[in-house]
Design a binder for this molecule. Sequence first.
Ligand SMILES: *Cc1c(COP(=O)(O)O)cnc(C)c1O
Length: 335
Amino acid sequence: MIDFRSDTVTRPTAEMRDAMASAEVGDDVYGDDPTVNSLQAYAAERLGFEAALFTATGTQANLLAIMSHCGRGDEYLCGQSAHNYRYEGGGAAVLGSVQPQPIENEPDGSINLEKAKSAIKADDFHFAPTRLLSLENTIGGKVLSLDYQRQARSLCDDHNLLLHLDGARVFNAAVKSDCDVTEITRHYDSVSVCLSKGLGAPVGSLLLGTKAFIGRATRLRKMLGGGMRQAGILAAAGRIALEQGPLRLFEDHENAEYLSAGLAGIPQLDINPASTQTNIVYARCRSGRAEQLRDYLGDQGILITAGVPIRFVTHLDVNRQDVERLLGAIRRFYE
Ligand SMILES: *Cc1c(COP(=O)(O)O)cnc(C)c1O
């Protein structure tokens, strides 16, 4: 099987499995797991924060961030297509009693900061107090510019808001922005990062922030059922993902670019190759036969997400040859 559905599908490497098998562990709820502790310390250092928390998923890390920054009845601003608004089951509202105030994303994935500013509520008991702005980078594979993130920070400073980054793929953003990841993360009060996407870990994410913030998040993680015991088994793979994963993401971006160029040569597909910035490629099927295409490819052991648009994601477990195979099969489908 060649799987282009998501970068979450990567399997742990032999090195990860070895590290998992031999990981030193303890009960992490007691703070006793040396492998978890060392991952958290390394991550805090690597991303430029005081502290980090290992979480089960990116969804959990985002929920903990929103709940640690906002109280019951507060509000957070986010993009209409933000993962932590749209794709996380409404957790912030359901479990945190925090009201989302979504704002339509611009075509480049940003939130217009004038619109964000006008969505900040006045101090009036009719309104939910606005506490937090949440951005996402990358968003739909698109990168927010460093300059934009600087401006978002200053908006938050001017209006006494906290700033969270859903950085599930922040290392892809850093590669594309050609900077160290801390050039991005330094603008934020908190950042969530997925180890289990392009970085290649089987399970796990991280939440980063101040010590006090991570203290609140740790309490909430326990409350939400996320206190894991000998989690060092997972953190051992996470450590390798965090150390080594970022170094090879450029290959995924090159493969995505190559795929986009190939798809652009297929007249039945509508794609703007310039819109591919990182490891996610979107294309529309002009004939609307995306599901037939998916089934045709599936019969040949190639998996894609058939939506409008169709989505292809490159990652650790697909190489240039696999991209060639995909392109060849799509061309045959349209013949
Ligand atoms: C995948 C993803 C998440 C959530 O991660 P899970 O580990 O699947 O819960 C959050 N934000 C973004 C932008 C993502 O792509």
